[in-house]
Design a protein around this ligand. Structure first.
Ligand code: GTP
Ligand code: MG
Length: 321
């Protein structure tokens, strides 16, 4: 490993827990800026494997409220927490992220808490890759737990699927919402189901239905998703929720699944980076190189189909290399 004295100054600052350096590096990641490359390279070997706990679920189910309460619980236990709110639509709407900011502001003076929303405007590889790299920075900066909130749409649920070590799917006691969420593919990714707003009617039924669903879908020897009820108004269920997360984290270590899925995750990540960068290089080459432009002209003129053109392009690139 590189000696501390040979690390880039920004990476050293992040490892010291310098919040401004951290914020700057996250902005570089968001913007797809190459300035993040040496920082990410320098901190990679210095991460501790902090759990990345993702909370996903439909709009307004209480994800931010739960995260806020979890931050309180973890701080009371002496653990430091970083929160990443992923909202790809925020540069356009600004809505829910602003709401989150206001709600989390009460903790700005606590050095054991870090809050950041991610817009991932130009991030290469999309929001999942940017969030994973951000989580790594936070891990290297020494935070014990990284909590990730994703809002709504399918794209960000993928972010949770790809990066979180434990995935919490938050629902509320209305069957309508649940059916929609489960159809949207959240069911398969849940390690923990959290039925929030159990102060509202129908909570018992919702929990029982989920327990049934889980029992049907579980395979022998695999993790059985936990079903936990919470209410942030009463409040109740928060300890059970965190216990379920910890139980899953322990399961990952006990069974060796952490190492297996980490390997899979890294493969996806590396292939993604290569695909991204090769794609960009290739697009540039197509613009510049007259022979390749001729290939494109033939596709436009319908004398060549896109698949055959792609094949010829690959052969041409190989020859060049
Ligand atoms: N009755 C009740 N209301 C709750 C509970 N938890 C949160 N809420 C309320 O539900 C609303 C949405 O809460 P948020 O925590 O912002 O939900 P969210 O899932 O983060 O929302 P988005 O980020 O916009 O998707 C707020 O008005 C909360 O006060 C709960 O346990 N019971
Ligand atoms: Mg929220």
């Amino acid at each position: 490993m590189t000696g501390a004295e040979r690390l880039p100054a920004s990476a050293r600052a992040i490892l010291r827990g310098d919040r401004r350096a951290l914020a700057r590096a996250i902005t570089s990641i968001e913007n797809g800026d190459a300035a993040a490359d040496p920082i990410l390279a320098a901190i990679y070997g210095r991460t501790h494997g902090a759990p990345i706990v993702g909370l996903a679920g439909p709009l307004g189910v209480g994800k931010s409220s739960l995260i806020n309460a979890l931050v309180g619980l973890l701080r009371a236990r002496g653990r430091t927490v970083a929160v990443v709110a992923v909202d790809p639509s925020s540069p356009f709407s600004g809505g829910s992220v602003l709401g989150d900011r206001i709600r989390f502001e009460g903790r700005v003076d606590d050095p054991g808490v870090f809050f950041r929303s991610m817009a991932s405007r130009g991030a290469s590889g999309g929001v999942a890759a940017a969030t994973l790299e951000t989580a790594r920075l936070l891990d290297a900066a020494g935070f014990d737990v990284v909590l990730v909130e994703t809002v709504g749409s399918g794209q960000v649920d993928v972010a949770i699927r790809e990066i979180a070590t434990t995935r919490v799917v938050v629902l509320v006691p209305h069957l309508g919402d649940e059916v929609q969420t489960l159809k949207a593919g959240l069911f398969e990714i849940a390690d923990v189901f959290c039925v929030n707003k159990t102060d509202l009617p129908g909570a018992d039924i919702a929990q029982r239905d989920l327990v049934d669903l889980v029992a049907h879908g579980t395979r022998e020897g695999r993790w059985t998703p936990a079903v936990v009820g919470t209410s942030m108004t009463e409040p109740r269920g928060l300890e059970e929720l965190w216990n379920a997360v910890e139980a899953h984290e322990q399961y990952l270590d006990r069974t060796g699944e952490r190492a297996t899925s980490e390997r899979h995750r890294l493969t996806v990540e590396i292939v993604g980076i290569v695909r991204d960068r090769l794609g960009r290089e290739l697009s540039e080459q197509l613009e510049r190189d007259p022979a390749l432009r001729g290939l494109l002209d033939r596709v436009v003129a319908r004398s060549l189909d896109p698949r055959t053109a792609a094949h010829q392009l690959r052969l041409a690139v190989r020859r060049v290399r």
